[in-house]
Design a protein around this ligand. Structure first.
Ligand code: 0O2
Length: 193
């Protein structure tokens, strides 16, 4: 079977590398200004063939290059994990100011968390007018929660405890959000001292 990305896989990788380089540039700029690297880590991936085909089927789309590269927007995915909440929005603003990058959609699951407690700022961007990419910006706490929740989602033997576990996960997400807000306040206090 031929790739759902046709012969574009190399181009997707190039676009992702360009995006990661732009993020590194912002990171260096902010580090030079404040003396602190705002980014804990970044991660880039091209969605696997299997996940992309599964997503097309889930969304009732044909498994074609057009669906993978034009209709869906997350063939290229980049995650930026920040130590502090304000840095998420500062990096978003700096990305928006880059001439090579256009933000075509923004979903703020930080100000409007998903009902299960999921938080992140999602941007769909277009690099050099070409392929779209999904950027997820989040704090370390949000990243930890998302990783654990993802892990638990695939546990099959939760059975009758589902409501309890869902509620507990939501409570953890809210507690972590409150801790993020406190950590931000502490940093602001230190910076004004
Ligand atoms: P992967 O492997 O992480 O890329 P979709 O769910 O993709 O059909 P939509 O509207 O395109 O719907 O995307 P959405 O919900 O804005 O964000 C999709 C991505 O955000 C997911 O990618 C996850 O990475 C992350 N995400 C969204 N909601 C949750 C959540 O409740 N828990 C966790 N852990 N992550 C979430 P994919 O496609 O699932 O896969």
């Amino acid at each position: 079977m031929s790739s759902i990305y046709g012969d574009q896989y190399g181009r997707l990788e190039e676009t992702m590398e360009k995006l990661l380089a732009a993020i590194d540039g912002i990171r260096d700029e902010m580090s030079a200004e404040t003396g602190m690297d705002p980014v804990e880590h970044t991660l880039g991936r091209i969605k696997s063939e299997e996940s992309m085909r599964e997503k097309c089927r889930r969304q009732g789309l044909p498994e074609t290059e057009e669906s993978a590269l034009a209709v869906l927007h997350d063939a290229i995915g980049v995650r930026i994990v920040c130590a502090f909440l304000d840095d998420v929005y500062e990096i978003r603003d700096r990305l928006a100011a880059l001439p090579a990058l256009e933000i075509v959609e923004e979903k703020d699951y930080i100000r409007h968390a998903k009902p299960n407690g999921y938080r992140s700022l999602h941007l769909i961007v277009r690099v050099d007018g070409r392929y779209p990419a999904e950027i997820q910006l989040r704090t370390i706490s949000m990243d930890t929660w998302a990783a654990l929740e993802h892990h638990l989602k695939y546990k099959k033997d939760i059975g009758g405890n589902l409501d309890l576990i869902t509620g507990e996960l939501k409570r953890c997400a809210d507690e972590l959000a409150s801790t993020d807000a406190s950590m931000q306040t502490i940093r602001d206090m230190i910076r004004t001292m």
